[in-house]
Design a binder for this molecule. Structure first.
Ligand SMILES: [Zn+2]
Length: 340
């Protein structure tokens, strides 16, 4: 089969569209013909080199396609159905997994990180990872959903406990996870302040429902938040940017407010004043992907049309290099999708 692999870490030029050995599913697995696979920033980090990656490696965490073969141990998945694939791997038998807390499983990882992913014509996955999709969702849309909506839902709902009437600052409203967060906040009755880096992305954030927007290159985020909220600050800050925005994020919180983060795209180092943490009674929460329960909950709203996949554009799998370059330059709004 064809796949995009890399045999060494480096820039987009290390991605090779080539023939690789066919995937053979085990009897407890389902073989998926991949029709669409969306990119994530993780793909760039893995390509540049992360610990634990065996070379050559196939990226790809967000997959939609058709079930073409079903192992003999599986009774609940039928050949021929259209599906998306849960973007994580877990053992499915330890105590956290049995309690529905897959992200605390010792084997928990992102699909396409510890193992080969969906930048290929076929992938074999466990039955538990396969979720049928309705006809109203095309493959590109379905592939654009799992990782970002799962992550945003777990951050806002499970971790930060968002409530109707809350005001939420969403950093990077034009990113995949940011555009998911803006929609989830609006659906749950919150007021959204979104930041983005250019006028086109600010306008698209407004179209997704953002009540207020801040140009994070032209305006000082914390000052704008103070102005918009009448000096009171926001209930929740949705962070994934890291070093570049951390100070503004902390300064944007109201007393008693919650910062929840899932990433550090601009760098992992941040300083904060412990006195601010306790005297303003802030909460800083970490969040890492989510559980199968979170995924099924957020997908109900995707399947009913209340939340929408945001597809930036599609590339043939053979042009994975151009797709990586677009993501690397932050030119996208929403998800970039590869079609094998
Ligand atoms: Zn487990």
């Amino acid at each position: 089969m064809k796949a995009v692999r890399f045999h060494e870490f480096g820039g987009p030029e290390v991605l090779k569209y080539e023939d690789v050995p066919d995937v053979r599913p085990r009897e407890d697995q389902v073989l998926i013909h991949v029709r669409a696979c969306a990119l994530n920033h993780l793909d760039l980090w893995i390509r540049k080199g992360l610990p634990g990656i065996k070379l050559p490696h196939i990226n790809g965490s967000d997959i939609a396609g058709d079930v073409v073969e079903v192992g003999s141990y599986i009774s609940s998945v039928k050949r021929g159905i259209r599906v998306l694939v849960a973007p994580m791997v877990f053992c499915n038998h330890c105590a956290p997994c049995m309690a529905g807390q897959q992200s605390f499983c010792r084997e928990f990882s992102v699909l396409g990180y510890a193992n080969d992913g969906g930048n290929a014509e076929y992938i074999a996955v466990p039955q538990a990872s396969v979720i049928p999709i309705p006809d109203s969702l095309n493959y590109d849309e379905a592939a654009s959903v799992p990782l970002v909506f799962l992550t945003a839902w777990h951050m806002l709902v499970t971790r930060a406990g968002i409530k109707p009437g809350d005001t939420v600052l969403v950093l990077g409203g034009g990113s995949g996870v940011g555009s998911a967060a803006v929609q989830i906040c609006k659906m749950l009755g919150a007021t959204v302040i979104a930041t983005a880096g250019d006028e086109r992305k600010l306008q698209k954030s407004r179209e997704l429902g953002a009540d207020h927007v801040i140009d994070h290159y032209q305006q000082k985020i914390a000052d704008e938040v103070r102005r918009i909220t009448g000096k009171s600050g926001v209930d929740i800050v949705f962070e994934h940017v890291g070093s570049a925005t951390w100070d503004d994020s902390v300064r944007s919180l109201r007393p008693g407010g919650t910062l929840v983060t899932c990433g550090a795209t601009t760098g992992p180092e941040a300083k904060f004043d412990i006195r601010v943490l306790f005297s303003r009674q802030l909460s800083f929460l970490g969040s890492y992907m989510g559980t199968m329960g979170d995924l099924h909950q957020v997908l109900k709203h995707i399947f009913s049309g209340k939340l929408k996949a945001v597809v930036d554009r599609t590339f043939p799998l053979s042009e994975a290099r151009s797709a990586h370059e677009r993501l690397e330059k932050s030119e996208q709004f929403g998800k970039i999708v590869l079609n094998p």
